[in-house]
Design a protein around this ligand. Structure first.
Ligand code: CP3
Length: 354
């Protein structure tokens, strides 16, 4: 498998990149860096090529996807690219009536609330997303040795949008289903696990070198509820892609109390937000997994000296780790100065050079 040796689609130089080595907990020449949401609204060149093109339409245009994915790699010199798409793309591809409203987020026309609604979630096949296969083929040719990270939304985070009908701060409808009709909830998450696994497989088979499962909103759950009502579906996704041997990253926000369980779900790398320092996070996750994180994204608004001091704190907390991928604790905020990101990459590379 690609985890044990360079394989099939993966060039040796990609396999030997600092990012994939860190994911495998091997020694690295420098700490690798990439940023969640590095492709997107912080970049003027992104806003320019997206002008007049709705978000979901942009995700279905392979040339545009390739350009937007490459923009932060060119500009910042990050150690990995993340595929430009969105967590709701596979749902749209199987016919769920949803859209991404600017400044709001994903909005679902008819929320999923009953057993009859589940019928709207059919299986995803590669033929539903030909543009993904095409774009990743183009990207891996352009990227050379830089690895491409594929991604998907985790069943809970997808369910939160599908059941609420849009973004939520409380997840009251989703959690009401989870507590009130556990069988319907389990069946919904199981459907979403199959769709998510199929979507990740398309990306890996097209050439993605690693995958990240975004369970962005899992931090809303108590550990016992996460273990009983969410972990089985996320574990099903990780199990389904294990045969491909690419590193699997598991990320959520506000998940300090869930870090051990998120590792247990089957991740090789656990993403940590800024609320838990990495030396504490490693105790919670336990041995055998790399960590990714965890600079507070708002630090980038505080000036160069502060950014460097805070980045150094992250590196110091990660000093005893076997594998560390530097990232923010959540996505790049739209108003972030892109030059601050470029300088941060330079700083982390320089300060961690071995
Ligand atoms: O660079 C990258 O990280 C790749 C692109 C990416 C997007 N969405 C593009 C996007 C990724 C990885 C995502 C994942 C995603 N989408 C998540 C998980 C990551 C996280 O932040 O926790 C979630 C929860 C979503 C759902 C979603 N889509 C939200 C909350 C929003 C923002 C709504 C807004 O306008 O404030 C989107 C839209 C979206 N996805 C944009 C981008 C670049 C902005 C829309 C635009 O540029 O027109």
């Amino acid at each position: 498998t690609a985890n044990d040796a360079p394989s099939g689609k993966q060039p040796t130089a990609t396999y030997d990149s600092a990012f994939l080595k860190a994911c495998r907990r091997e020694p690295v020449p420098h700490t690798p860096v990439w940023f969640m949401r590095q492709a997107g609204r912080s970049l003027p060149e992104y806003r320019k090529v997206r002008e007049g093109i709705p978000m979901l339409e942009s995700c279905a245009r392979p040339e545009l996807v390739t350009e937007i994915t490459l923009q932060p790699v060119r500009r910042h010199g990050v150690d990995a690219a993340i595929y430009y798409s969105d967590i709701v793309v596979p749902l749209k591809a199987i016919g769920v009536d949803l859209d991404i409203k600017p400044g709001v987020g994903p909005v679902v026309e008819q929320p999923i609330r009953t057993r009859a609604d589940l019928a709207r979630l059919r299986d995803l096949t590669p033929e539903d997303v030909p543009y993904v296969t095409e774009a990743i083929g183009m990207l891996t040719r352009e990227l050379g040795a830089t690895p491409l990270i594929g991604f998907a939304g985790a069943p809970f985070t997808l369910a939160s949008y599908l059941v609420e009908g849009g973004p939520s701060r409380t997840y009251e409808n989703a959690k009401a289903m989870m507590y009130g009709d556990p069988q319907l909830w389990a069946d919904l998450l199981d459907r979403l696990a199959d769709i998510t696994a199929a979507f990740l497989k398309v990306q890996i088979e097209a050439g993605a070198s690693a995958v990240q499962l975004f369970d962005s909103w899992a931090g809303a759950l108590a550990p016992a509820d996460y273990r009983r009502s969410v972990l089985p579906a996320s574990a099903k996704v990780f199990d389904a892609v294990a045969e491909h041997g690419v590193p699997r990253i598991h990320f959520g926000v506000g998940t300090g109390e869930l870090l051990g369980l998120m590792g247990e779900a089957g991740a090789d790398v656990v993403g940590v937000d800024w609320r838990v320092p990495l030396d504490e996070a490693v105790r919670r996750v336990g041995p055998g997994k790399a960590l990714q994180g965890n600079l507070d994204p708002t630090v980038l608004f505080a000036g160069k000296d502060v950014v460097e001091a805070k980045a150094q704190e992250v590196l110091d907390a990660a000093a005893g780790l076997e594998g560390h991928v530097f990232n923010l604790g959540h996505g790049v905020m739209p108003k972030t100065d892109p030059d601050a990101l470029t300088r941060l990459v330079e700083y982390v590379h320089g300060a961690s050079a071995r």
